[in-house]
Design a protein around this ligand. Structure first.
Ligand code: GRF
Length: 209
C-alpha cells in the first residue's frame, strides 16, 4: 500500500484547488505537505499562490522543447527532483506522458461526472448536453484523457439559469473539498489499486504501486 506525505501539485491557472491543499496541509494532522508546484506556463495565479506559501515552483513549457516526448521527459525529471509520494494534477491542462505516469501515482480532478464529458470543456459540454446533474471526479491519471480509475465523485445540480461560469464555480466549491478529503485520506490511510478499483485504507490483498 502506498502513502502520500510529499505532494507535487501541477497547475495551469488560478490554482484554487492548490490553495485548498495548501490550506489543509497547514494542519500537521492532514498528513501531507505540498513540496513543490509545477506549471506548464508562467504568470499564473497558481504559481503566485505557491510562492506566497513559500513552496518552490518550476515551469516546463511545451514550446521550449523540440518534441512532446522531450517535454514529457523534462517535466518528469523536474517532478522527480522533489521525490513526491503523490503528484496532484489540479487544473493542469496537459496530459502527462509515460515518464511521469510510470514513475508516480498521479491524482487528477475533473469538473464533470466521468465518464461523461471528459476533456478540457467538461462544464461547457455538460451544459450544452442539457444534463440536470453534473459534478466532479477525482481519479488516477492514465495515458488517456480523463479515463483513469475513479477514486471519488460528487454530484452538483444544474440550475435553470446556469451559465458555464456559475456552474463551474459551484462545481469547484465541491471539487476543492473532495480533493482535499481524498488527498488527506490517501496520505493518512494509504491506497491500493486493483484494476480500475482504487481503495483507500486497509485492505487484505491487492497490488500496490
Ligand atoms: C478545476 O475545475 C479543474 O477540474 C479544471 O480546471 C479547474 C481548475 O481550477 N480542470 P483552479 O485552477 O484549481 O482554480
Amino acid at each position: 500500500m502506498s502513502k502520500a506525505g510529499r505532494l507535487v501539485v501541477l497547475v495551469s491557472g488560478s490554482g484554487t484547488n492548490l490553495q485548498a491543499l495548501l490550506d489543509a496541509a497547514a494542519d500537521p494532522k492532514f498528513g501531507a505537505n505540498v513540496v513543490a508546484v509545477g506549471a506548464d506556463r508562467d504568470g499564473i495565479e497558481g504559481l503566485a499562490r505557491a510562492t506566497r506559501a513559500g513552496v518552490p515552483t518550476f515551469v516546463e513549457k511545451l514550446r521550449d522543447h523540440p518534441s512532446r516526448q522531450a517535454w514529457d521527459a523534462a517535466i518528469a525529471a523536474k517532478i522527480a527532483k522533489y521525490e513526491p509520494d503523490l503528484v496532484v494534477s489540479a487544473g493542469f491542462m496537459k496530459i502527462l506522458g509515460t515518464p511521469t505516469l510510470e514513475r508516480f501515482t498521479v491524482l487528477n480532478t475533473h469538473p464533470a461526472l466521468l465518464p461523461s464529458f471528459p476533456g478540457a470543456h467538461g462544464v461547457r459540454d455538460a451544459l450544452a448536453h442539457g444534463v440536470k446533474v453534473t459534478g466532479c471526479t477525482v481519479m488516477l491519471a492514465d495515458a488517456g484523457v480523463d479515463t483513469g480509475p475513479i477514486v471519488a465523485q460528487e454530484a452538483v445540480a444544474v440550475l435553470p439559469d446556469d451559465d458555464e461560469a456559475t456552474l463551474h464555480e459551484r462545481i469547484k466549491t465541491v471539487e476543492r473539498s473532495l480533493l482535499v478529503e481524498i488527498v488527506g485520506r490517501m496520505a493518512r490511510e494509504g491506497w491500493s489499486v486493483i484494476g480500475r478499483t482504487v481503495r483507500i485504507g486497509n485492505q487484505s490483498e491487492g497490488e500496490s504501486k
